[in-house]
Design a binder for this molecule. Structure first.
Ligand code: 5GP
Ligand code: MG
Ligand code: MG
Length: 186
């Protein structure tokens, strides 16, 4: 088991400064779009927590926070589409403007599930702000209303994004070494 960051990361994709710039830009946009709305900001556990704390502190809008943990069974590298609620929201979303904060949207199945769940409970609006958008991998038609950057078809780790449910605390976003993927993806 690799346990040192240098042993698993091939190269940096986004530095801490890059991430900060994305949060500032998105925060400004969200401030404009949610002015006067008091949204319910829903963090998708666990990957989005680092991004959520940074982007919401760039939002000059009164809002409330809640969290939702949905998980898909998989090998750790991609979702299977069989999604279930692990930890539900505590707030009632009826008639609320809900903003989902996600770490990354890949196939889109997880986001579609969350959007449908929240919309089905009577939310007034549901939008999503994701740090990263792997749009070339989408298998479902789902809108990512705001995102920090697009990424290609590579497995990224850090700033909330996990590898085997670890390494979320790496302060930047890096790409896993190919040999690590080969070793664990099977
Ligand atoms: P989707 O349902 O859109 O295929 O998958 C979304 C979830 O898969 C993300 O919230 C994230 O947990 C995980 N995921 C997708 N791509 C990556 C990636 O490149 N790195 C990491 N660490 N997780 C990913
Ligand atoms: Mg996620
Ligand atoms: Mg994961």
């Amino acid at each position: 088991m690799a346990d040192n960051i240098n042993q698993i990361i091939d190269h940096k994709l986004f530095t801490e400064d890059d991430i900060h710039e994305m949060c500032v830009r998105l925060g400004k946009q969200l401030t404009e779009d949610y002015a006067g709305k008091k949204p319910l900001v829903v963090g998708a556990l666990k990957g989005a927590i680092y991004f959520l704390t940074d982007v919401t502190r760039q939002m000059d809008v009164a809002h409330q926070l809640d969290f939702l943990d949905v998980s898909s069974y998989g090998n750790g590298f991609e979702s299977t589409g069989k999604i279930k609620v692990v930890t539900d929201l505590s707030a009632d979303v009826k008639d609320r403007d809900v903003l989902i904060i996600e770490d990354i949207v890949d196939t889109g199945l997880t986001l579609k599930f969350m959007r449908d769940l929240i919309k089905g409970r009577g939310a007034k609006s549901v939008k999503c702000c994701a740090l990263l958008n792997k749009d070339a991998r989408r298998t479902t038609d789902v809108t990512v209303d705001y995102y920090g950057s697009k990424v290609g078809n590579e497995f990224v780790v850090g700033y909330g994004l996990d590898f085997l449910n670890m390494y979320r605390n790496i302060p930047y976003i890096g790409v896993l070494k190919p040999e690590i993927i080969d070793k664990y993806a099977k």
